[in-house]
Design a protein around this ligand. Sequence first.
Ligand SMILES: Cc1cc2nc3c(=O)[nH]c(=O)nc-3n(C[C@H](O)[C@H](O)[C@H](O)COP(=O)(O)OP(=O)(O)OC[C@H]3O[C@@H](n4cnc5c(N)ncnc54)[C@H](O)[C@@H]3O)c2cc1C
Length: 348
Amino acid sequence: MRKPVTGPMSGEQVYDLTIIGGGPAGMYAAFYAGMREMRVKVIEGKDELGGFLHTYAEKMIWDVGGIPPIRCAALIQQLAEQAVTFDPTLVFNQRIEGMIRHPNGLIELLTHTGARHLTRTVLIAVGRGVAELMRLDVEGAERYELTNLHYTVTRLDQFRDKRVLISGGGNSAVDWALELAERGARVTVVHRKDEFRAMERNVGAMRQAVQVFTPCRIVRLHGEQNRVHAVTLLHTSTGCEERIEVDDVIVSHGYSRSEDTMVRWGLPLEDGMLRVDEHAVTSLPGVYAAGDCSIRPGKVRLIAGAFNDAVLAVNSAKSYLEPEADGMAYVSSHNELFRERNRQLRES
Ligand SMILES: Cc1cc2nc3c(=O)[nH]c(=O)nc-3n(C[C@H](O)[C@H](O)[C@H](O)COP(=O)(O)OP(=O)(O)OC[C@H]3O[C@@H](n4cnc5c(N)ncnc54)[C@H](O)[C@@H]3O)c2cc1C
């Protein structure tokens, strides 16, 4: 492995590759860049690896090659474990907001905290930005978040036979309504619009299975000892209010995403994504993009697509730094890097 390089300021260590974003693309890139014996740093705007997968952590994933149906939370765990195989430096809670190229070719990444990171190449793997949960915009709602006001559902069985109000109109809201109704919950769904943004077939099934109020929204929560026990709804087309008793409230209002970040980096965008060539190369030398933030012919917006992008981008970065290096990593099955680890695994 190459000797550590220090930067022009403060003796700071310079990485071969800095990956912005710790979603599937960033995590797999961290692993693969380790196979290419690169010094890697991953900078993630949130406090954990996983990226957008956290927004559907309770769902089952079927379409990642070689992995039988798996709960998304477990897939995140496995991806994160693989990502740290070669001990990359991980930096959390720092959002990259700017990029400066120095005359010596080094790239300096600027974060929202004022911290700076020096690197020889950059892989942008920011997906559709840092996803922030849209909380219920009703006075005092946060008081109930530790008890019976939920923003995600991890154990469906906890709602068995309960009166559950779901607020939201996307796939998650509709799926939860159907799954809870199947478990005997008495479900009411409220959505501020008449149309749902979910699969038509599921919306039809939901309308058959549960009570649906549209256009309608929660305007007040009534609680005791930090538990909500009733909700006032406003039917917005009539202006009428209605109070209903509940055991639990589930809010599924989606996520806001900092999609404008890349604009501030001065990179050309197409439909809000970074245009890359077939090798994941952007218009800036030494800067690559992978995963959902990138666009190119044949781009696959899936976890499997993010892995493939990551390999392309890392190989491009490696060739940029060492033009004489092989175009791709040596296959893992015969790779000397794994000899000792294979021995340990076989013996354990
Ligand atoms: C509802 C839904 C269900 C899906 N189901 C499946 C499925 O079943 N199978 C499948 O293969 N795919 C599925 N997908 C698609 C899959 O989630 C995406 O293709 C995948 O998450 C893309 O990974 P990514 O690493 O490119 O981006 P992301 O997962 O979005 O990760 C990007 C990361 O970058 C971080 N970040 C963003 N901006 C910055 C910044 N400025 N500085 C630092 N960090 C930053 C974010 O916090 C995030 O952690 C689904 C998508 C949705 C919306």
